[in-house]
Design a protein around this ligand. Structure first.
Ligand code: NAP
Length: 255
């Protein structure tokens, strides 16, 4: 299927590693133009796959000015924005007992604020292109995880904002959807696994609980769904929360 993403300019926060990198590479395969907003130098290497077509903005989105700058640089270079993938984030383990009110506020802000900022500054351009927004959330927003209140609050808010923005942006034909992963092998996930005394055993335990195929979801499988949601091929899909998780969240994990 041709996703009709050729020459479409898509902002991808955290687009240099893990799930974001798979989205950037998938977009390049479709002939699209990724704008990779990520501090990692891996961003440059990904752009080489596109013969330099695209833009790497090597910053960490922290303050609203960062998102504003990313949007300005994109418009300066390409003149338009056709889509946004809000993806950057990290499960930072700020819980009730292992946290503090200050650490909670910081964790929520770190994982949520830039989702709003990128969309806020892009709306004028998305109105012109009738663009598409995809928010990457997490199954932890639905299932809970324990010990990570800040991250989960942000992930839940991203799902609420998906519906809220889908409504607010309806008049402009801008679509907004969320993709919800559960267990995906990425640099972030590997780091988390390595915190266990026997990472291989832990990985086996987790994989055994994933109903479809007893395996982790690949970053490319998340990317395929994201690219479809960015594409005009999903032109009548908005406000949806789409689980790409091998049945982890809804099917009986004892199966
Ligand atoms: P990852 O392997 O850490 O890759 C994320 C990339 O984003 C990294 O290059 C990271 O840079 C960058 N980044 C982080 N914060 C940023 C910011 N504020 N501005 C710009 N770049 C930033 O993470 P991932 O596992 O692919 O996760 C991507 C998304 O999927 C996250 O929203 C996460 O919550 C969600 N998710 C992942 C899983 C999973 O199993 N992996 C499950 C559910 C949901 P640094 O490495 O320098 O920080």
């Amino acid at each position: 299927m041709d996703l009709l993403l050729k020459d479409k300019v898509i902002l991808i926060s955290g687009g240099a590693k893990g799930i974001g990198a798979a989205i950037s590479k998938g977009l390049i395969e479709e002939g699209g133009i990724p704008v990779i907003i990520d501090p990692s130098p891996e961003g440059e290497k990904i752009l080489m796959l596109a013969n330099g077509k695209g833009l790497h903005i090597p910053i960490r989105l922290e303050q609203p000015e960062d998102a504003k700058k990313a949007v300005e640089l994109t418009i300066e270079k390409f003149g338009s924005i056709h889509g946004i993938v809000n993806n950057a984030g990290a499960n930072d383990g700020v819980g009730l007992e292992n946290g503090s009110p200050e650490a909670f506020a910081k964790s929520v802000s770190k994982n949520l604020q830039h989702y709003y900022d990128l969309v806020h500054f892009s709306v004028p351009f998305l109105k012109k292109s009738k663009g598409s927004i995809v928010n990457i959330s997490s199954k932890t927003a639905i299932t809970g995880q324990g010990g990570t209140s800040g991250y989960v609050a942000a992930k839940g808010a991203q799902l609420a904002l998906t519906r809220e923005w889908a409504v607010e942006l309806l008049p402009y034909q801008i679509r907004v959807n969320a993709v919800i992963p559960a267990e995906v092998m990425t640099p972030l996930y590997e780091k988390w696994l390595s915190s266990f005394p026997d990472p291989d055993k832990k990985l086996q335990e987790i994989s055994n609980r994933i109903p479809l195929g007893k395996r982790m979801t690949t970053p490319e499988e998340i990317a395929s769904t994201v690219l479809f949601l960015l594409s005009e091929k999903s032109a009548h899909t908005t406000g949806q929360h789409i689980y790409v998780d091998g049945g982890y969240t809804h099917l009986d994990r004892a199966l």
